[in-house]
Design a protein around this ligand. Sequence first.
Ligand SMILES: Nc1ncnc2c1ncn2[C@@H]1O[C@H](COP(=O)(O)OP(=O)(O)OP(=O)(O)O)[C@@H](O)[C@H]1O
Ligand SMILES: [Mg+2]
Length: 243
Amino acid sequence: MGKIYAVTSGKGGVGKSTVSVGLATAFANMGQTVLLVDMDEGLRCLDVMLGIEEKVVFDLSDILSGKELSDGIYTVDSVPNLHLVPAPAKLGMIDAYLFTGFITEAQRLFDTVIFDFPAGIDFSLYTCMPKDTLFLTVAFPDPVTIRDASVVSQSLDEIGVNSRLILNAFDYKLTKKRLFKNIDDIIDTAGLQLLGIVPASEELKLLSVKHKLKPKGNAMKALCRIAKRLMGEKILLPKLKKI
Ligand SMILES: Nc1ncnc2c1ncn2[C@@H]1O[C@H](COP(=O)(O)OP(=O)(O)OP(=O)(O)O)[C@@H](O)[C@H]1O
Ligand SMILES: [Mg+2]
């Protein structure tokens, strides 16, 4: 059975979709078969980020309403082993009961399944996720998004699910100037165990134009460290100025 990850955040625009694509690419580059599921109904973006919007005909809502799973799963040309289920184009199309069946089937077919949720908390869908799902809460290293991440973390605690923090768009120079809190403060405020740190990078900014990441770039290195930790490897956090 494949591993399931659910990517969430309190505040919007903190890089959930970017991190989801990056992490999925890291797993795929390690030889895993990976399914990315865009959960942002009405505002889907992963098809554009991955450069396959032209070929999308069916989406998650079609699969839930009876289309063959294979009809709504698209291969990603730029990344071998990576597949995408696009989000429904309209709101309110994800039925919780049918969604649970879809997750079971996805988990049977893929080594890793990553759900990219919209910002905020959606208990009705979170509670559909299998018990061993690991929630990955993404935040920028600033007080506002970290406080929102802590709200998400408390809500996830209440429904008894496991979650970890991914700090995105980390900029060492800003941290050094103390414009942001230090990492210990961030972890304390978020109330979440830190899984990894992704740098602020032009490459990630341009992901929706270039559709892939350089295997040896800093962004990919950071995402690979996170993927390896998720696979159980003990990978230490590098010195902050090297992130
Ligand atoms: N590490 C990063 N470095 C530079 N730019 C980034 C980074 N992460 C994300 N971005 C940029 O930030 C913007 C928002 O990213 P993204 O769409 O992934 O956020 P999101 O959390 O999924 O948003 P939403 O809440 O709307 O779903 C995009 O323009 C993206 O290119
Ligand atoms: Mg998004």
